[in-house]
Design a protein around this ligand. Structure first.
Ligand code: COA
Length: 196
């Protein structure tokens, strides 16, 4: 096979492999044995990435919340992003989270977040996990809108949200304080009708 043909074939096979692996990404409840990894996603600057470190926090808070409700409350929750079959025994590669934002006397939206372990990034898992979380929230809550925001220069998260089907709505100026500066946030959403 000519060199270029070989390259094209191996690129095609790699793309097929990646898309098969991405289908093995699931979201499921977090286990107690995974709490140190969950903590590292916000407390270890090497894991948080350049946009995710907001200073050190109460180290006992995560375990107290886990003891209270397994990190699955009525107004907020966290689930593991897991890789492998079956879903329940998949390997922990990160977490997704959400919290309710009240938008009217009878209405609320779900604002979501995500953090993957450094070694699990850039393989499509974030896209798949955020899509799964939106589908999960539309299936199990009455929210009509799932929203996400990220610093305007977080290119990986912006692209990942777009690939997951979120719509860019604009920039919210000076909305988030991190590492000594107020940051502009790119705002995205998905509404139920977008799923059809
Ligand atoms: C942001 C995050 C969740 C994305 O998940 P991921 O699995 O790494 O992302 P995916 O592989 O699904 O998609 C990333 C896309 O962004 C692109 N991308 C990554 N870095 C980029 C950069 N610096 N500039 C432009 N595009 C970039 C990738 O090429 C890919 O797009 P493509 O498939 O069209 O090539 C993950 O990287 C992460 O956990 N980062 C640290 C925590 C974080 O920033 N969380 C969000 C806080 S709001």
């Amino acid at each position: 096979m000519p060199r270029t043909g070989f390259r094209a074939a191996s690129g095609f096979l790699a793309a097929c492999y990646d898309s098969l692996v991405v289908k093995m990404v699931h979201i499921r409840p977090i286990r107690e044995s995974e709490l140190d990894l969950v903590d590292s996603l916000s407390q270890d600057p090497e894991q948080t990435g350049p946009h995710g470190f907001f200073g050190y926090r109460d180290p006992g808070r995560l375990r107290r919340s886990f003891a209270e409700n397994g990190l699955l409350g009525d107004d907020q929750g966290r689930l593991a992003v897991a890789l492998g079959e079956p879903a329940e025994s998949g390997e922990f590669v990160g977490e997704v989270s959400w919290h309710r934002v009240t938008t009217g006397p009878m209405s609320f939206t779900c604002n979501i977040g995500i953090g993957l372990l450094a070694q699990a990034r850039g393989r499509g898992y974030g896209t798949r996990a955020q899509r799964l979380l939106a589908e999960y929230l539309f299936a199990h809550t009455l929210a009509n809108r799932v929203e996400a925001s990220t610093e305007v220069d977080n290119a990986a998260e912006r692209r990942s949200l777009e690939k997951a089907g979120f719509i860019f709505e604009g920039v919210v100026r000076g909305a988030c304080f991190r590492a000594g500066q107020w940051r502009d946030m790119a705002s995205y959403s998905m509404v139920r009708a977008d799923l059809r």
